[in-house]
Every structure is written in structure tokens, then in C-alpha cells.
Design a protein around this ligand. Structure first.
Ligand SMILES: C[S@@+](CC[C@H](N)C(=O)[O-])C[C@H]1O[C@@H](n2cnc3c(N)ncnc32)[C@H](O)[C@@H]1O
Length: 263
């Protein structure tokens, strides 16, 4: 499914590769603020797709970034983009591997910052194993940063985000075999349409990270998101989407920073 979507996404206005090559920064303002200064630091981006966010952290001064994704076409596209930007593999490397075997696949044993999100955790069947894998890759004194779509938002109707229609605590995966196209191009003709997603409640994510030995520094909930999750969300000047003024809000995204003790 992801392999088929890579060229569609690469050609989409949603990802805007030409704008990115010209210098546009796709990182969200809250991420830049919460992650802070990355100058001189090493950063591992898990489920990097074709690396726009990964390469953006390099543009912000990270000394060495590594993107990991299990889609070979995504990784090949990321490598080509890095070359377009003049970033050699010692500055920006990309590896094709499953998150669960990241420790064996990435070039270094640990990183100052491990970064993930934007539609990543929902593809992970085993949250505890994910947290253990990720925590092991954080260097002592470093941190994990997750910026994700809030799963509570998926419990509500697509039109208004006000009617509760899906169970937040569902354990079984949601298997979809009928939806064609992709979030970046709804009308794209796709043939590989079977997807399997899990709802990981925010409490379960925080607990898994803490159990894996990291210290939760914050859990922030955000009233904005990155696409028209409900039909009544309004696009803002910065490209984010929010409920209309005065409309009751629910959290649409969340972010977590969790540190590993220095010794
Ligand atoms: C929504 S996309 C990427 C999100 C990213 N924030 C972005 O917008 O570019 C999710 C990515 O996860 C990758 N992925 C899904 N399951 C994976 C797994 N088990 N191991 C590694 N990558 C995985 C897919 O190939 C895809 O590129």
C-alpha cells in the first residue's frame, strides 16, 4: 500500500516537493518550539516516509539525521531528495527497515533525538514493543519526541467532529479494503487498498513510553491538525486546520517529550 502511494504523494500538492526543494519548511511550529534547538545533534526519524521532515531537521542544523521507513520507494525518494539538497549520507542517511528491527538497521546505536509521528503509531500493532524499541535508540541524556494525530478525534463523525461514532477503546485493528486514493490525493487511482490500523489511546502511549524507562516531560494536546479531518474544520494561514471560532473543541493532535537519564 505505501509503496504504491509514494509516487502519488511525491507528485502531490499536499507534500509539495518543489516547494520543499525551494526551501519551504514542512515542520509544524509547535514541533520546532517543543523540540528546540537541534544544532549539532543526531536525530533518528522513524517512519519517515520520503524524508521531508527528516531533511528539515538537517536544514535546522542537526549534525546527522537518519530516516527509517519500511517502504523501499519511500527511502529511495528520500535519498534522491537529500542529494537534491546537497546533503551527503553522513549528514542525511535513509534506511529501509521495519520499525521493530530499527536497532539492527540504523547506522548508530543511539541518537540524541528520536522523532516520529504524523500518522505513524496507528500502523504499529504492538505498542509496548514499539516503546521498548524506540527507548533503546535514545542516547543517555537524549529524548523521544512524538507528534501524533489524537486518537480521540477519530471517535467522532467525519462531518462535524461532534457525534461520537467510534469506540475509543477498541482493541481490534481496523481493516479497510475498500478506500481508494490517499490522504494526499483522494482521487488517485490505487489498487493496493488493504490497510490495517490500530487505535492507541493516549494513556496507553504515555504508559508504554514510561514503562520502557523514559521520563515523560510533557504531554501536550493541540486544538489544530494538519488536514481537513472534519468537513467543518477551517484552514488557517499557516496551513493548519481548526474548528470555527466559538465551536466546542476536542484535541486533534498531541505531542510527547520523554527523556532518558544522562547516566
Ligand atoms: C503517514 S506516513 C508518514 C508520516 C510522516 N509524518 C509524513 O507525513 O511524511 C506513515 C509511514 O509509515 C511507514 N510505515 C508503516 N508501517 C511501518 C513499519 N512497520 N515500519 C517502518 N515504516 C512503517 C509507511 O511506509 C509510511 O511511509
Amino acid at each position: 500500500m505505501w509503496d504504491e502511494r509514494v509516487p502519488i504523494h511525491a507528485a502531490s500538492d499536499y507534500y509539495g516537493l518543489d516547494r520543499f526543494r525551494a526551501g519551504e519548511d514542512p515542520l509544524r511550529a509547535f514541533e520546532r518550539e517543543e523540540v528546540g534547538d537541534v544544532t549539532g545533534r543526531s536525530l533518528l526519524h522513524l517512519q519517515c516516509h520520503f524524508g521531508l521532515d527528516t531533511l528539515s531537521w538537517a536544514r535546522h542544523g542537526a549534525a546527522h539525521v537518519v530516516g527509517l521507513d519500511f517502504s523501499e520507494p519511500a527511502v529511495e525518494t528520500a535519498r534522491a531528495l537529500a542529494a537534491d539538497l546537497g546533503l551527503t549520507p553522513d549528514r542525511a542517511a535513509f534506511v529501509a527497515a521495519d520499525v521493530y528491527v530499527a536497532a539492527e538497521a540504523v547506522p548508530d546505536s543511539s541518537y540524541d533525538i528520536v522523532y516520529t509521528g504524523g500518522g505513524a503509531l496507528c500502523w504499529m500493532p504492538d505498542l509496548d514493543r514499539w516503546a521498548e524499541t524506540v527507548a533503546a535508540l535514545v542516547a543517555p541524556g537524549g529524548f523521544l519526541y512524538v507528534a501524533e494525530f489524537h486518537p480521540f478525534a477519530d471517535s467522532f463523525d467525519d462531518e462535524t467532529g461532534t457525534r461520537l461514532v467510534h469506540d475509543y477503546f477498541v482493541r481490534d485493528p481496523w481493516v479497510d479494503t475498500t478506500s481508494t486514493g490517499t490522504y494526499a490525493d483522494r482521487d488517485a487511482a490505487t489498487v493496493h487498498n488493504r490497510s490495517v490500523e490500530w487505535v492507541h489511546p493516549v494513556g496507553a502511549v504515555v504508559t508504554a513510553i514510561a514503562r520502557a524507562g523514559l521520563r515523560i516531560e510533557f504531554l501536550h494536546e493541540h486544538d489544530m491538525t494538519l488536514h481537513a479531518r472534519y468537513e467543518n474544520l477551517q484552514r488557517q494561514d499557516d496551513g493548519s486546520y481548526r474548528f470555527p471560532a466559538g465551536h466546542p473543541r476536542i484535541p486533534l493532535m498531541y505531542s510527547i517529550k520523554a527523556t532518558k537519564p544522562a547516566s
